[in-house]
Design a protein around this ligand. Structure first.
Ligand code: ADP
Length: 303
């Protein structure tokens, strides 16, 4: 059982022949709409790997909010703690992708940026029944702080995916079992420019000194660097695949990692499998819709 506290936004994506300049209107298309947001994407990744997932988030009283509820239900994600904000709209991400594959994204978190401490406290009983709590930085710091504090109170492991990057107080790091930054986030967190194994090792050591229990730095196609404070840490190689769209790779990785650790798998083994979940996800376009199932991962690892 996994509890995810985080964002839901609807991705509104349009292709464009070129990026419009300020004041310019471009005829583009095709247009595509789909569920997104780091919290929701990670929840979908975990649910498709077989976890029982409870999502704690907020959506608006609008069409996109209805759409979100339907989507969670389709993915077998428990919506007991998905609340509807009476004033804020459901979060949106307005994405444009040009012919060169460059993108611009405007995220309006709306309702999911307004998750309160009280909302999280409302889910305390469910948190107590969870094996793992997964949280990102794509909502209010109040909600993030309360989540980590409640997990500590009930002695539940927390995976903190520090994305998108925001400064976090070191006192919170003490109660984080696993932190999972990508290269950019690891650099911003530590002030060490993380690009490869040796710089990742330095950053990981610093994070352990600051109180985190274990560090997993994702390194794109290189895989991830894993360090729990013993030995010297290990680079766990990624799987070579033909990447088509790497957006959501980190979400796939985190949803997978949470599931496998919650199932009792050792970290060293869980990260290999999480690399596989993420590798499969980059071979397909989209974020949540690109998340593989448990069967997809089994087949991938057999070949
Ligand atoms: P983010 O999406 O947050 O920037 P990364 O780019 O570090 O995160 O990717 C997360 C994980 O996804 C990596 O640790 C790796 O397992 C997998 N991954 C990302 N890009 C590729 C790729 N091109 N080929 C294979 N695996 C990849």
């Amino acid at each position: 059982n996994i509890m995810v506290v985080g964002s839901y936004v609807v991705d509104l994506m349009s292709r464009t022949p070129h990026m419009p300049k300020p004041g310019e209107t471009v005829l583009g298309g095709p247009f595509q709409m789909g569920p997104g947001g780091k919290g929701s994407n990670q929840a979908v990744a975990a649910a498709r790997q077989g976890a029982n997932v409870t999502m704690v988030t907020k959506v608006g009283h609008d069409l996109f909010g209805d759409h979100a509820m339907e989507n969670f239900t389709e993915e077998s994600i428990d919506t007991t703690y998905v609340t509807r904000h009476t004033e804020e709209a459901t979060g949106t991400a307005i994405i444009t992708v040009d012919d060169q594959g460059e993108n611009t994204i405007v995220v309006a978190l709306g309702a999911c940026g307004k998750i309160t401490s009280t909302d999280v406290q409302g889910a305390e009983q469910r948190l107590e029944a969870s094996d793992m709590v997964l949280v990102q930085l794509e909502t209010s710091m109040d909600a993030i702080r309360t989540t980590i504090q409640l997990a500590r109170k009930h002695n539940k492991p927390v995976i903190l995916n520090p994305a998108p990057f925001q400064q976090i107080d070191d006192d919170l790091l003490q109660d984080v079992a696993y932190i999972t930054p990508n290269e950019t986030e690891a650099s911003l967190l530590t002030g060490i420019e993380v690009v490869d194994e040796s710089s990742a090792r330095k950053a990981a050591k610093q994070l352990i000194e600051r109180g985190v229990h274990a560090v997993v730095i994702t390194l794109g196609k290189q895989g991830c660097f894993v360090y729990d404070g013993s030995d010297d840490g290990t680079l766990v190689k990624g799987f070579p695949v033909q990447a088509v769209d790497t957006t959501g790779a980190g979400d796939a990785f985190n949803g997978g990692l949470a599931t496998f650790i919650a199932e009792g798998m050792k970290l060293a083994k869980a990260v290999i499998r999480a690399n596989a979940v993420a590798a499969i996800s980059v071979t397909k376009t989209g974020t949540a819709i690109a998340m593989p199932t448990m069967a997809d991962v089994e087949e991938f690892l057999r070949n």
